[in-house]
Write a protein of this length. Sequence first.
Lengths: 68, 467
Amino acid sequence: MALYAAVSDRDVLRERLVSAGVDLPVELIDLVITAGGATVTAFDGLVALAPSDVEPFVPARQLPDDAE
Amino acid sequence: MTPLDLSVAELAATLRRRETSALEVTETCLAAIRERDGAVHAFATVTADDARTAAHAADAALARGDAGPLAGVPIAVKDLFAVRGVVRSNGSAACTDDPAAAADAGVVARLRAAGAVIVGTLHMHELAFGATGVNPALGTPANPWQAGRVPGGSSSGSGASVAARLVPAALGSDTGGSVRIPASFCGVTGLKPTYGRVTRTGMTPLAWSLDHAGPLARTVEDVALLLDALAGHDPADATSARVPVRAWSRALGRGARGVRVGVPRAFWTALVDDEVGAAFESALGVLADAGAAVRDVSIPALDYTSAMLGATIMAEARSALGPLVAARRDRIGLDVRVYFEIAKVVTVDHYLAAQRLRTLLYREMCAALADVDVLATPATVVAAPRIEDITMRVGDVEVGVVETVSRLTGPFNLTGLPALALPCGFTRDGRPIGLQLVGGPFAEDVVLAAGHAYQRVTDWHLRRPPA
């Protein structure tokens, strides 16, 4: 637990950006890390929540099928 | 009293009775824009000559007796819809030098076919990627109710122009709430129709599975009149639904008696401003007094909608607009550039997880809507924030403005269900508060009838901003 807690949202995002080969403009580095840290952690949470046996949503198919 | 004080329905009826002419109405509208838009800053382009030509044609049709239902009614459209002969800036300095559009967007063509007079294009949040309407490069439209407050976005000019009575109606687009948020903040009525109900051809995309086009006006009856003209299958749009259309404006009179209203209380009460919450509870009371049956419903997947919406928008926007942003980076605003950088770390796993959870959310909403006719929430967590605010206090919590503003609207982009925002009160300092009503797939008739029933017994939608 202690090890996990030491890795902040911002550190996670920093690592992801490096892994993705993103070369941030200097003026954006702080803004992106600040704004995006919690965001990416929340996206990771979706992966843990989503059941793998449920079809992805396709609105153009689903909604007309359900229209009365 | 000028023609611009009339609703769309009243104005169209006045024109049909030949008590005024389309040209007179158009000149009144152009004069209002000329005299007052310097303060409102809603218009990106004013198409005065084309509007006069369209007004002459509307007058001729009215004289012949074969005019369309919107003949002579001035309407402006968000600057991401193609308007023949006009540069589509998409709210971005990166697009202001683009060539003018050679043809109208599908919605613009449909409005013209119904006789509407297109008077111009309206400012917006850059690339529609934001819910406040703050646009440092091309200007932020004023909130007509209170200086220094955001108009809401991304259809900022659409909300501001209708509230300021520069036009009786406008078109916007809605990816996470971009019709309903400016409607709520500016005290007007806005409809996000069901996904697939209204064509998106000629509309700059942000996120293909979330984007909707929809009308803003002062009354529910008016947005129904516009929907009458806008709806219907378009073979040029692969997402356009082949479902029956109807004259929604003629199906509004059923009243609130017996309407079953479901309230996802755990969701909206988790984060809401006190004054907004009180106004919403009062609105539920009004509906109950009018004969509606109001009860709470449970939709647990709503708890995850912020992340679902974020992952979906970022992935799809990167696909749709990433090349443009990369090629014209120097002319893109800082906030949008930040979003597109963050979007680079959205993975396939994130995106597919969001889509799977959307299926669960859709099932839960449809299950709730099997027992009620409409869902109701406040339209937004807060009334219009200050332009300069990055964070704000809601109750005891300090939250980010951007992610909070679309909290209550975004879930219905994720599911594609029809959602209406309409005024339901004011804060003590005079900012409008919005009510949101949501129906099942393609059940615009139910949503609009419930909203119309509410407006028949309230006058929030009739109030006008200070001069």
